[in-house]
Ligand binder design. Structure first.
Ligand code: TYM
Length: 333
């Protein structure tokens, strides 16, 4: 079966190791399989759900495209585009917002986390953001959506919206219900400063994350400063589960090297953190520095990056405008 892959990344700057291990690395693997049709979207409409500096946003859109390419996504085998240039996304989001229910959105934990205590002051866009995400996916009849663990609930909502639309308008199977592709392990990389908090672009401390544009020295220094507990490294999985910082760092090591978690635990069992951190730094530098260098190189060639997106937008427009025309007919416009 041909898998239709769709996923998106916000161009809000500071793409980090969590984005890479939770999502972009999977994009590359899926894209390498010739049986898959892949679409990767720079979701700039999602980015403005919180305040953005317009000049920085423009740069960040390019940087996100550069990150996709530098990580190994083959531009010839995929469609890379930015959401704002494909009008069907905004339109479908509106139509689907008339299908989605308030009760469903009220359950979204990410909104609660992002809006924090002051939710009255959060933008409506931040609240309805998962509906735009559903529109992104459903417009392309995506069958599989690779994401990190934090997007799981949004994908469940997307499936609910698809099913309700099909039922309300009696159009069996018009919208496909997509399958999330979430890695069983390491699908939630945590902050280097707090093993219970997700690694995030919006975290104030830059030391909490490894950015994909960090220099070698920065990577080494951040790993050196990463929070740990005072015990030697765990000797088994049960112990690892009880120690969030150790779990995160060993998880990053396993994910980057492809060594099974059990084997990584065995390798460092009872050793002290400084020894392990040296090996971890080497691994992160070895895997991330080439990406970081390539991003910087690509950013020198803005025309090339813009061309990728222009081509991608053309293709995305072609597919999504057909789907939105069908939606119009179904809805009665
Ligand atoms: P965004 O931009 O926050 O994150 C992009 C991808 O990175 C994953 N991710 C992580 N994975 C593991 N550990 C972490 N600490 C971590 N932080 C981020 C996210 O799960 C995501 O896969 N709403 C989405 C973007 C989006 C989208 C879509 C995704 C818009 N439309 C359609 C899929 C399909 C978001 O804000 O991701």
């Amino acid at each position: 079966m041909v898998k239709k892959i769709f996923s998106g990344v916000q161009p809000s700057g500071n793409l980090h190791l969590g984005n890479y291990l939770g999502a972009i690395k999977n994009f590359v693997e899926l894209n390498n399989d010739n049986d898959n049709k892949c679409i990767f979207c720079v979701v700039d409409l999602h980015a403005i759900t919180v305040k953005q500096n317009p000049k920085e946003l423009k740069d960040n859109i390019r940087e996100t495209v550069a990150t996709f390419v530098a990580s190994g996504i083959d531009v010839k085998k995929s469609i890379i585009f930015n959401q704002s240039k494909v009008p069907a996304h905004s339109e479908a989001a509106w139509i689907l917002s008339c299908v989605a229910r308030m009760g469903w959105l009220n359950r979204m934990t990410q909104f609660k986390e992002k809006a924090g205590k002051d939710k009255e002051k959060a933008s409506i866009g931040l609240y309805s953001y998962p509906i735009l995400m559903a529109a992104d996916i459903l417009l392309y009849d995506a069958t599989h959506v690779p994401v990190g663990d934090d997007q799981k609930q949004h994908l469940e909502l997307c499936r609910d919206i698809a099913q309700k639309f099909n039922k309300d308008y009696e159009v069996d199977d018009f919208f496909k219900t997509p399958e999330p592709l979430i890695k069983k392990e390491f699908s939630r990389i945590m902050s280097l400063k707090d093993g219970l908090k997700k690694m995030s672009k919006s975290e104030l401390s830059d030391n909490s994350r490894i950015n994909l544009t960090d220099e070698k020295d920065e990577i080494i220094s951040k790993i050196k400063k990463a929070k740990t507990d005072s015990l030697p490294l765990p000797t088994n999985k049960e112990e690892l589960e009880r120690r969030p910082e150790a779990k995160n760092l060993i998880g990053i090591y396993s994910s980057l090297t492809g060594i099974k978690l059990e084997k990584s635990i065995e390798k460092f069992s009872g050793k002290n953190f400084s020894e392990f951190k040296d090996e971890l730094s080497n691994e992160v530098v070895e895997k991330i520095s080439p990406i970081s260098n390539e991003i910087k190189k690509l950013l020198q060639n803005k025309d090339y990056l813009d061309e990728i997106v222009i081509n991608g937008c053309e293709k995305a427009n072609e597919i999504s405008s057909k789907k939105i025309t069908e939606i119009h007919k179904i809805v009665g416009f």
